[in-house]
Write a protein of this length. Sequence first.
Length: 257
Amino acid sequence: MKILHSGDWHGRDKDYEEFEKCLCFLVQAAKNECVNLAVLPGDIFDSRDIKLDSLSAKLVIKKVSELADICPVAIAIGTPSHDGLAAEVLIYAKGEYPVSVAIKPEQLILFKGNFYGSMDGCAAKPDAVISLVPQPTKQFFQTESDIASSNAEIGQAMSALFAGFGARAAEYNCPHILGYHGSISGAKLSTGQILTGMDIEVSIDQLYLSNADLILCDHIHLPQELAGNVFYSGSLYANNWGENHKHGFYIHEIEAA
């Protein structure tokens, strides 16, 4: 099973020509490699205020549609200042396969090219379970979960979230893929990338509570592998001054169910 992992596209008109070349290359690679699933963990757009009639927005919708002609596409909303809820429009991208956009943590079941909320009562074995975690914010925990803003309480909530996804995925006895947008303790930053000091940071140990076979992350623009099966795909092209490292995406292979 081949999984395309890409994010931090930061689509914006001022970089349109380079952005277009990168997305065309990405879609062609997905087609050539016959990928079975695309996981895009956020920051698809550079601004939550992007206009849907802009060149970049129309390009993103077109290319996500082209990806959906190749395989199912699972997207997690990224940083509030970048994606906001603008990326939610991608649920309307049409292709042969479905496009799912998570605006809050959710778990999808992949079976024969379609996403399901569950397969309760079905004897067939899913192809994979995909857990999606958009970037956690203190505002989310305060308004949605009624948790105070202390780091300890938020850390406990994140641990419970990952563990819950892991327990449910284990019921299906198939590959489990976690898509996460956010900061991980010990990850290296690109030169020039500045994070907001309000970022919620999780540890490798917390992520491992999910028992995921692959943990696919974005938010940090430097591509890197952490602890064997935890990856940041990095940005698709240089978004900030000083990002002189390589850019691109991953195509991971795991044993199918």
